[in-house]
Design a protein around this ligand. Structure first.
Ligand code: IPM
Ligand code: MN
Length: 365
């Protein structure tokens, strides 16, 4: 069966446009092979939107996202706008979009791809076989809690960490359902020895767990989890945590599996999903065609699988990424020294697309 889908594409800032182009090329290869029809609508967000229209999330961008089947975003963030008022903050645009789409569950898989055992800073013997997935709460916690304010003159600032039973229940439910399709373990990460929100978190997660008798639940403090991620990353299956902890731990997981540039994400709620690589805008790499497009490419695979239920298509992309990496295809972030042989962002994407179309792939050296 073939499908027709409308995808809103938000290239954004820094390396966002490059990795988005790369991933859309791969998406095109798989989609045309399977006979689907995807329509793409590109809209501005972040610093790029500020330069066009003065605001980081134009109403027309938000409206387009709301009525799309899925939203694919590159990255937001622009050093020129650091400390800008909210209407012009690239990060604020992304947070507003997440909230408007109601995408409360952020899935961030991190796995060690065969061939990349030595790409990262940790010993291969520790990281080989790592295969975990964060379920990060995405529309609550410190990122959104009110009141919040900054008074530079008075030298005082406030943020609020607030969670409700409903917010915890719905994201925990996603984590347990996911665990059932994986190795049936949920590690819930909190700071219940200090924070009241974490004590509520722990109690509600334990309640949700009773509905999933086949899944084992363990609780872990966030500081211990940060260490365990480097000492024994294979012990984790699904890692369920609140917004800020998930933000921090998922970057750490990038280093564990070789590069942050490899990590994809899917943000899910009731409406259209939001798919984006975990890496940011990396302004120093922008425009040089050196970024790693794999995080973005795997994000479109999640769009196909999680978003549209097109499992064969999603697997085709994942298998092609796996084969490319096994055959030694590397971007600059995956080699030891900058002058070791490596592919550009666009040529890595072509390599993956070629594998999908079973053409003869380009060589990495
Ligand atoms: C991420 C990013 C965002 C976050 C920023 C850009 C607002 O770091 O998706 O991990 O903190 O959630
Ligand atoms: Mn982050």
């Amino acid at each position: 069966m073939t499908v027709t889908k409308r995808i809103v594409v938000l290239p954004g800032d820094g390396i966002g446009p490059e990795v988005v182009d790369a991933a859309v090329g791969v998406l095109h290869a798989v989609v045309s092979g399977f006979g689907h029809r995807f329509e793409y609508e590109t809209r501005p967000i972040g610093g790029a939107a500020v330069r066009q229209s003065g605001t980081s999330l134009p109403q027309s961008t938000l409206d387009a996202c709301r009525s799309a089947d899925a939203v694919f975003l590159g990255a937001v963030g622009d050093p020129a706008l650091d400390g800008a008022p909210r209407q012009q903050s690239p990060e604020y645009a992304l947070l507003t979009l997440r909230k408007a789409l109601g995408v409360f569950a952020n899935l961030r898989p991190a796995k060690l791809w065969p061939g990349l055992e030595n790409a990262g800073p940790l010993k291969a013997s520790r990281v080989a076989g790592t295969d975990l997935c964060f379920v990060r709460e995405l529309t609550g916690g410190l990122y959104f809690g009110e009141p919040r304010h900054l008074d530079m003159e008075a030298g005082e600032a406030v943020n609020t960490l607030r969670y409700s039973r409903e917010e915890i229940t719905r994201v925990a439910d996603v984590a347990f359902r996911l665990a059932r399709q994986r190795r049936c373990v949920v590690t819930s990460v909190d700071k219940a020895n200090v924070l009241e929100t974490s004590r509520l978190w722990r109690a509600v997660v334990a309640e949700v767990a009773t509905g999933f008798p086949g899944v084992r639940l363990e609780h872990m403090y966030v500081d211990a989890c940060a260490m365990a991620l480097t000492l024994d990353p294979r012990r984790f299956d699904v890692v369920l945590t609140e917004n800020l902890f998930g933000d921090i731990l998922s970057d750490e997981a990038g280093a564990v599996v070789g590069s942050l540039g490899l990590l994809p994400s899917a943000s899910l709620g009731k409406g259209p999903g939001l798919y984006e690589p975990v890496h940011g805008s990396a302004p120093t790499l922008a425009g040089k065609d050196v970024a790693n497009p794999i995080g973005a490419i795997l994000s479109v695979a999640m769009m196909l699988g999680q978003g549209f239920g097109l499992m064969n298509e999603a697997h085709a992309i994942e298998a092609a990424v796996g084969l490319a990496l096994e055959r030694g295809a590397r971007t600059r972030d995956l080699v030891d020294r900058d002058d070791d042989p490596h592919l550009t962002c666009s040529s890595m994407a072509r390599y993956v697309a070629d594998v999908i179309m079973s053409a003869t792939p380009a060589r990495s050296a």
